[in-house]
Design a protein around this ligand. Structure first.
Ligand SMILES: C[S@@+](CC[C@H](N)C(=O)[O-])C[C@H]1O[C@@H](n2cnc3c(N)ncnc32)[C@H](O)[C@@H]1O
Length: 298
């Protein structure tokens, strides 16, 4: 191994130790592309500084930003959204009503630029309206009935993605974020003025305030527990596919963050390792896990 390959190897190991992303061909290719313009001596010097104990966390975060895949879009998994709307959420509303605690807390873990997080907020409001827990206003927005308190949190390691998510504005260019859009969700967007002209392509669509008011974003490394109150629903999708050794660590944190009776939804290819005391469920191709509620209420 030459000194350049050696540094790439050591950086990959450290990225995995800090952020869980497994070394692999894709990560290596990205690193090699980033380092291509650097002379070997400069790269070795820079790599050694980064690997030293007093390297700034921000330096690592900038590197990780370039190594991760941020692809995401609204209604990415239609089947899951349908099961949430028809089964998981209505059951959750019933449980909440029975318990008298009308706070509903949702976490989209590894949310990238926020589409999944906003999508969840939208699906929750639509399902609440169908369940008689929210009302439709004259302007078409949906607001929860008095007493309900809905909070949807999106988190990601990337500060760049969190900035985009907080902005809540998505372009229709090549339908990127909207490539598999559910037409029911357009009601939750405002079109920004003076953009795109008569063409739909090229417009900027901003999430309405009824959605952004119940949604917030924070930077967070999934290898660490999230210091927040427990959640009723957690989604962690298309994130753990890039993990290997640290999958179980992340899953343990996710399970600890679930409230009794709460639901965890992982990615299509993810299974729950070590199977803690969560009940597996599935409907068609959608799998989810429920933490038994105190007193057996579900
Ligand atoms: C492909 S996106 C998934 C977005 C969304 N969940 C979805 O399914 O559409 C994966 C995201 O995981 C984030 N990520 C990777 N490692 C992470 C870590 N250790 N902690 C938090 N987020 C991480 C990346 O920054 C990226 O934005």
């Amino acid at each position: 191994m030459n000194s350049k390959q050696n540094i790439v190897h050591m950086l990959m190991q450290e990225v995995e130790r800090r952020y869980g992303i497994a070394p692999g061909d894709q990560v290596e290719r990205r690193l090699v592309r980033i380092f291509k313009p650097m002379a070997t001596a400069d790269l070795v010097c820079w790599g050694r500084t980064l690997l030293s104990p007093d390297a700034a966390e921000s330096e690592w975060l900038s590197l990780v930003e370039c190594l991760t895949v941020h692809e995401t879009y609204f209604n990415r998994d239609k089947e899951l959204m349908a099961v949430l709307a028809a089964e998981i959420l209505p059951r959750m509303f019933e449980r909440k009503k029975l318990s008298g605690d009308l706070r509903l807390r949702i976490w989209s873990a590894g949310c990238s630029s926020g589409e999944e997080t906003y999508n969840l907020a939208m699906v929750v409001l639509l399902a609440m309206k169908n369940a008689g827990c929210a009302r439709e206003c004259r302007d078409g927005s949906i607001v929860p009935l008095t007493g309900w308190n809905i909070s949807v949190v999106g988190s990601d390691i990337s500060s760049q993605m969190i900035r985009m998510a907080r902005n809540g504005t998505y372009s229709t260019v090549k339908m990127g974020s909207f490539r598999t859009m559910d037409p029911l969700l357009w009601r939750f967007f405002d079109q920004l003025e003076d953009e795109g002209g008569a063409n739909f392509e090229g417009r900027s669509m901003r999430v309405k305030s009824s959605i952004s008011e119940i949604t917030r974003f924070r930077q967070h490394n999934l290898l660490e527990p999230l210091p927040e109150e427990p959640f009723d629903l957690i989604l962690c999708r298309n994130v753990l596919i890039y993990f290997d050794k640290y999958k179980a660590t992340v899953q343990t944190h996710l399970c600890s963050s679930l409230a009794p009776g709460g639901t965890l939804v992982l990615g299509v290819t993810d299974t729950l390792l070590h199977r803690p005391a969560l009940e597996p469920h599935h409907r068609g191709g959608v799998f989810w896990y429920v933490k038994p509620a105190a007193g057996g209420l579900q």
